[in-house]
Design a protein around this ligand. Structure first.
Ligand code: KIV
Length: 291
């Protein structure tokens, strides 16, 4: 039986029913993918329609990233995004997925200031994202965050950590620049990644880290799956900001991004091309997209 589809300006979406049953993406399924060497795909989405299109294109994980501050709200950095805004966008994404019986794993970003005061504050903020429908929360930084990750994981909340370029603290990092180039900073990143895995983080975004270092960190972690962005092709999966990979961001695309709209006629096809390129290892190309 063929699946009925509905045309939209964004491509073709599966209609509400009947759909073939697909298994929801879960942590065990992501672990199985990693074990058999299949790359995990993640893309940001901030609303119902794009989340449904990404899901239909085969993206396994949708990140409701605080990058929405820049791409949706027009802010100059992510540090102005509030928890209330993250809850609103997470609810929108989850409603979109429910509408099309989507199966994607939803990661909600804890915004700046929502987990920094105490573990209890982090718990309250994470609970709001889970109430909004997220399956996992993401927080940035290493060192002090390991204790917070452990606290959340012990209370049943899956956590994705984020090291390397951490946009919420871009001002103290001195700009959007590659992290872990020098021996000392690479050592710190290796150590922090290990601490976060020991604390129970199930995923770790590595952003703007040299390809060799991110590969090394990936191989050293057993239960925590690395998701790279500007970190070369040696990670367990890849993530991109949707507006970047569609070539519609307001600035210049960073070196590590490929415009997947090129040669495609719909957003869904562009997203499917991203999924295919990550899975077959042709994106990212370390010659072109890594440091
Ligand atoms: O907020 C976001 O979109 C992110 C990605 C850049 C990983 O954190």
């Amino acid at each position: 039986m063929t699946t009925p589809t509905t045309g939209t300006p964004y491509g073709t979406l599966p209609s509400a029913s009947p759909l073939p049953q697909r298994k929801p993406v879960s942590l065990p399924r992501l672990a199985e993918m990693r074990a058999r060497g299949e790359k995990i795909t993640m893309l940001t989405s901030y609303d119902a329609t794009f989340a449904a299109v990404a899901d239909a294109a085969g993206v396994e994980c949708i990140l409701v990233g605080d990058s929405l501050g820049m791409v949706c709200q027009g802010l100059s950095s992510t540090s102005g995004v509030t928890l209330e805004t993250m809850v609103y966008h997470t609810e929108s994404v989850v409603r979109g997925l429910l509408r099309v019986q989507g199966t994607a794993w939803v990661v909600g970003d804890l915004p700046f200031g929502s987990y920094h005061e105490s573990k209890e504050q982090a718990m309250r903020s994470a609970a709001q994202l889970l109430h909004a429908g997220a399956h996992m929360v993401k927080l940035e930084g290493g060192g002090w965050t390991a204790e917070t990750v452990r606290f959340l994981v012990e209370r049943g909340i899956p956590v994705c950590a984020h090291l390397g370029l951490t946009p919420q603290t871009v001002h103290s990092l001195g700009g959007y620049r590659v992290q872990g180039r020098e021996d000392a900073s690479a050592r710190v990143l290796r150590q922090q990644a290990k601490e976060l895995e020991d604390a129970g983080a199930a995923m770790l975004v590595l952003e703007m880290v040299p390809a060799g270092l991110s590969t090394e960190i990936t191989e050293s972690l057993k239960t925590c799956h690395t998701i790279g962005i500007g970190a070369g092709n040696g990670t367990a999966g890849q993530v991109l900001v949707m507006h970047d990979m569609l070539g519609i961001n307001l600035g210049k695309n960073p070196k590590f991004v490929r415009n997947f709209m090129e040669g495609q006629t719909s957003v869904r096809d562009a997203m499917a091309a991203y999924v295919k390129a990550v899975k077959d290892g042709s994106f990212p190309d370390n010659e072109k997209h890594a440091w």
